[in-house]
Design a protein around this ligand. Sequence first.
Ligand SMILES: [Zn+2]
Length: 283
Amino acid sequence: MSWFKRDKSTGAPVVPGNGERKVRTEGLWQKCEGCRQIIWKKDLEVNASVCPKCGHHFRIDAVARLRMLLDGEIEFYDRDLVSADPLGFVDSKPYDERLAAMQQSTGLSDAVVSAAGLLDGRRVQICAMDIRFIGGSMGCVVGEKITRAIERAIAERSPLIVISASGGARMQEGAVSLMQMAKISAGLMRLDEARLPYISVLTDPTTGGVTASFAMLGDLNIAEPGALIGFAGPRVIEQTIRQKLPEGFQRSEFLLKHGMLDAVVPRPEMKPYLSQALKFFLG
Ligand SMILES: [Zn+2]
């Protein structure tokens, strides 16, 4: 038995004598993983989900990212493309059930959203990965959607931008997911032959087969500050080479220092940066 009345559907406390008004104590504040301070969510929203106190970049979903970069209307593509579960894979639960649950909770068909629109008045083909969908893993749908985006870019002579956020290949699709690395890479070669620019934006985290293929194949490879970027995890590497890894290993700034990235760009500056870069490539 509770000391106060709760709203039946949400569980939120109800102010006595006023059934309409609910006391909202949660959901307004967020603890920053960077500086451990409590931030007002509104402050976070107006600052592109970057902590106003320490600059920590919170993870954001694919559609929010597209909204941040495109001028106005977003044209979405291939929204109904879903995996056919080629292996009939079962781990802790059947893959088709896992997919259905993910589709339900995220409202997405798979781990990438592909779209087109104007970026500072210039038409671009753009794909954004969503880490919420099975860890942003790359299976046949991600491979097909990015390949189709490349083909559209070639057909309409637009530049291509891909924003990665991924745990790597999708193990539930086995070799089929690994084939996507070759498929997308071959597509990117055709884009290069058509002399159209491809900009890869790496966000936290970008790992495994995504790093090992299209995320590192940009004419420009740029990352958000503090993003985890690598192929294998640090523990696996330490065990393999039997050495302690240096401080900041596999973070954007470390990779920039060692020549693996072209730039580290804070999220609020990402759109003007991309606009400048495309101007440089295309005039
Ligand atoms: Zn912070």
